[in-house]
Design a protein around this ligand. Structure first.
Ligand SMILES: [Zn+2]
Ligand SMILES: [Zn+2]
Length: 105
């Protein structure tokens, strides 16, 4: 009698699907360019770095602000900006960011 027992079954089931993705606990970051809604108008933090105007007056970020400018006649129809912010019409215009307040001198 001969026993032929050469059946080796290699089952590699355990190696399947064990994908691991790095856990994303990152909260949505506030964009660095725009001020949050909580800043004090006229403060250093009240600044739109993208459009270089106070965020509280940035009609490009907040279209609903434009009505107030239009109401006072401060509006450049051509460029869709308050005239007082329109550098295309007023090349010499400089809107200066308010200085940082607090933190000593
Ligand atoms: Zn803006
Ligand atoms: Zn203009």
């Amino acid at each position: 009698m001969k026993h032929v027992s050469c059946l080796i079954i290699c089952a590699s089931l355990a190696l399947a699907c064990s994908k691991k993705e790095p856990t994303g606990t990152a909260a949505p970051e506030p964009s660095g360019k725009h001020a949050s809604a909580e800043v004090k108008p006229g403060s250093y933090d009240d600044w739109c770095g993208e459009h270089e105007v106070p965020e509280s007056q940035c009609t490009q970020c907040n279209a609903s602000l434009s009505a107030a400018f239009k109401a006072t006649g401060d509006w450049c129809k051509e460029h869709g900006l308050p005239e007082s912010q329109c550098k295309k019409c007023n090349p010499g215009l400089k809107i200066v960011r308010p200085p940082k307040a607090g933190g000593g001198q």
